[in-house]
Write a protein that binds this ligand. Structure first.
Ligand code: LLP
Length: 432
């Protein structure tokens, strides 16, 4: 079974997550159910905050990449933990605003901010836009002018790094829909344009090289390229960037075969080399920002399902069907992401039944995993899938008109509802 300090088994043989009996949680709140460990989320925020403060100093802070998990409660937690946030749409901004998050600590990303997004950001005093391209830069300048403000921005730069991650989530290479590449000279031109436009204050640069990166070297490589670029821009335009945002992407242990990362020593490793590089280049150490998403919330989450049919196809495989699937977790369907699961009410028994965990949608690719080892389940058992806290709820859909699950959070006082389960009425509320 997946091992983590927030996972154990009690005397009834039930899976315990963050100190709570998961079979009881399934009974109380129903399934499918997202369960989040609030203490784990807070602990991760503190690790990042402390390490960035100690190793980078200079006002450096982590920004939670809220595309990984966006709901009001998470922005309240981020406020309490003193985190900044990365948002990527007006919808995420609106949710953060409704939760009372101070938007001056928000960085608005994305390769296509609409005029509405830009206005909405400016009218809500967004801290920064991370600007992707020349058209967007001109639009921000124009709209900021109409509002008689000077808008802070960073420029999204592609440093040309391949951190050897999944192609689909690799965003820092030259051929990317994101940002402007240094190699092609476009990053230089975008900088020149930003410096020439009114109502814009260029504060620095941003890059994001990909996701599920376990070593710190790719970040150091990216930082090295970005710092050299900063030095070039200083030499060419007498512009010295005050901020360097290195994006997100630190890996997470999804299964026991993945390594466990020590985030704080990774940050220490990055900081040591950044300081040295700044010295070598004769530039001041910029304020460093990082945007962890999955490493804050992924292993703080599990999903509970009720098992339906168990089907054995002789000579082929065994299917275990559950009452959720790609609508609440599309990551296997999209990326063949690997997960571990357990039968929560039989967590003390040997997992000796090889099976495919299948979702309930009318689509054969709707699976949570293949070749998974479970204790042989029967209809009515509770299946728990580990490490579903990131990019599950935030990527959930209503495919096949399936209501999105509820989400409960667990803290020292017990469990509480953070998201209500969608109702059939919710499904029809926009139908005319
Ligand atoms: N910053 C930027 C600009 C990003 O594009 C991303 C992720 C992050 C930060 C956070 O990366 P993280 O620390 O979470 O790896 N849906 C995919 C992931 C897409 C990530 C896109 N950008 C998945 O389920 O794996």
């Amino acid at each position: 079974m997946y091992t983590s300090s927030n996972v154990s088994v009690n005397e009834k043989g039930h899976l315990v997550f963050a100190g709570m009996d998961t079979v009881e949680l399934a009974k109380e709140y129903g399934t499918p159910l997202y369960v989040m460990d609030e203490e784990r989320i807070r602990e991760r925020c503190r690790i990042y905050k402390k390490a960035m403060d100690e190793h980078f100093g200079n006002g450096s802070i982590p920004l939670f990449a809220s595309k990984a998990l966006s709901l009001k409660r998470i922005y309240e937690i981020m406020t309490e933990e003193g985190m900044g946030i990365d948002i990527v749409s007006s919808g995420e901004m609106h949710t953060a605003k409704k939760a009372g998050f101070d938007l001056s600590k928000a960085y608005f990303h994305g390769n296509n901010k609409t005029d509405f997004d830009i206005k909405y950001g400016i009218e809500n005093n967004i801290g920064y836009f991370v600007c992707d391209n020349a058209d967007e830069l001109r639009a921000i300048s124009l709209i900021a002018g109409e509002h008689r403000i000077t808008q802070k921005i960073l420029l999204r730069i592609t440093p040309g790094i391949d951190p050897h991650t999944l192609e689909a989530i690799n965003t820092g290479k030259v051929d990317s829909k994101f940002g402007a590449a240094i190699e092609t000279g476009q990053a230089d031109s975008l900088t020149a344009l930003a410096l020439s436009l009114d109502n814009i204050e260029l504060c620095g640069f941003h890059c994001h090289i990909g996701s599920q990166i376990f070593e710190y070297e790719p970040f150091v490589d990216a930082a090295t390229i970005m710092l050299s670029f900063i030095a070039d821009m200083k030499a060419k335009y007498s512009f010295e960037a005050k901020e360097l945002n290195l994006g997100g992407g630190m890996g997470v242990k999804y299964t026991d075969s993945d390594p466990e990362i020590c985030y704080s020593s990774n940050l220490n490793g990055i900081a040591t080399l950044i300081k040295k590089k700044c010295n070598d280049l004769g530039i001041n150490m910029p304020k460093i920002l990082m945007e962890p998403g999955r490493s804050i919330v992924a292993d703080a989450g599990i999903t509970l399902y009720t098992v339906g049919g168990v089907k054995e196809i002789p000579g082929f495989r065994n299917y275990v069907s559950i009452d959720g699937g790609m609508p609440d977790n599309p990551r296997y369907a999209l990326y063949q992401s690997t997960y571990e699961a357990v039968i929560a009410n039989k967590a003390n028994l040997t997992p000796d039944y090889k099976c495919t965990l299948a979702g309930r949608c009318c689509e054969s690719g709707d699976l949570i995993g293949e070749g998974m080892m479970l204790t042989k389940p029967v209809r009515g058992d509770i299946a728990a899938v580990f490490v579903t806290g990131a990019y599950n709820y935030s990527m959930a859909s209503n495919y096949n008109r399936i209501p999105r699950p509820a989400m409960v959070m667990i803290n020292k006082n017990g469990s509480y509802l953070a998201l209500r389960r969608e109702s059939f009425e919710d499904l029809c509320k926009n139908d005319i």
